[in-house]
Design a protein around this ligand. Structure first.
Ligand SMILES: [Zn+2]
Length: 257
């Protein structure tokens, strides 16, 4: 009798988990209403220059994002005028769990669970209720070396985004935010993880232009503008990026998959 009850409880838990996962996927790709992406700034190292920047940070620093998603969605005839609303939320003082250095699957899953738990505890209350939560880790403008790798998770619908606390970097910062946002809707990377070079054709904004190189724009999920064989540059802002057809299909904007 007890065994039967135990099995029944386990089955209910499994069905709930599977149901929640299916519901989340439907919610993130059905585009039946505008999705709210809430941004939570964090001073990554706690330095004064970043603090000054964050004190003055307002919605203008993210103003290119909503029109961009609106315009790109129209290209795919989405039928929803405003697919994404970007809202600047409250500051978060705690720092998120460190990303594991190794690329193992087990440590990635463990980190993702810790990150979801951390986000659930640290997210400040806000209105509207967010569909996607992005934690923006700001680093000082004179940060040496490349920034840590940003991450967007479809499961949990959250992201950890590393940015420069600099007005001059607001263009490239928005590209990183848009890229991680689309990961939370199920888009995959379209660059080689070892060389960071965009992979043709899906990682190219204009995969059928001739000659193929140099390109003028980046495919958003490739993140870079291919200029020469094995060379590319960071786009200056949203105007230099485009959402390619494979990415549009992955996030449910087109039915070509
Ligand atoms: Zn990515």
């Amino acid at each position: 009798m007890f065994k039967a009850i135990r099995i029944l409880i386990l089955l209910v838990i499994l069905a709930t988990v599977a149901g929640t996962a299916l519901y989340n996927r439907w919610q993130s790709q059905s585009w039946h209403r505008t999705q709210v992406v809430m941004l939570y700034p964090i001073n990554a190292a706690g330095d004064g220059a970043t603090e000054d920047y964050l004190q003055r940070l307002d919605a203008k620093a993210f103003a290119d994002l909503e029109p961009y998603f609106r315009q790109q969605a129209a290209r795919y005839h989405l039928g929803l005028d405003q697919p994404i609303r970007v809202v600047l939320g409250g500051r978060v003082q705690a720092t998120p769990p460190a990303v594991p250095r190794d690329r193992g699957v087990a440590s990635a899953i463990f980190w993702s669970l810790r990150m979801r738990w951390w986000a659930w505890r640290q997210t400040p209350p806000s209105s509207p209720i967010p569909d996607v939560k992005l934690f923006l880790m700001y680093h000082p403008p004179n940060y040496s070396g490349p920034l840590p790798h940003s991450i967007g998770l479809e499961k949990g619908r959250l992201g950890l985004v590393h940015l420069f606390a600099s007005k001059a970097q607001q263009g490239p910062n928005q590209v990183v935010i848009a890229h991680e946002t689309l990961h939370t809707f199920g888009a995959s990377d379209k660059y080689d993880p070892y060389t960071l070079q965009p992979i043709a054709p899906d990682g190219y904004a204009d995969p059928y232009q001739s000659p193929l190189l140099p390109q003028d724009r980046a495919e958003l999920m490739a993140g870079r503008v291919p200029t020469k064989p094995a060379a590319s540059r960071i786009p200056n802002g949203m105007k230099e990026t485009v959402i390619g057809s494979m990415t549009a299909s992955e996030i449910g904007w087109s039915k070509s998959r």
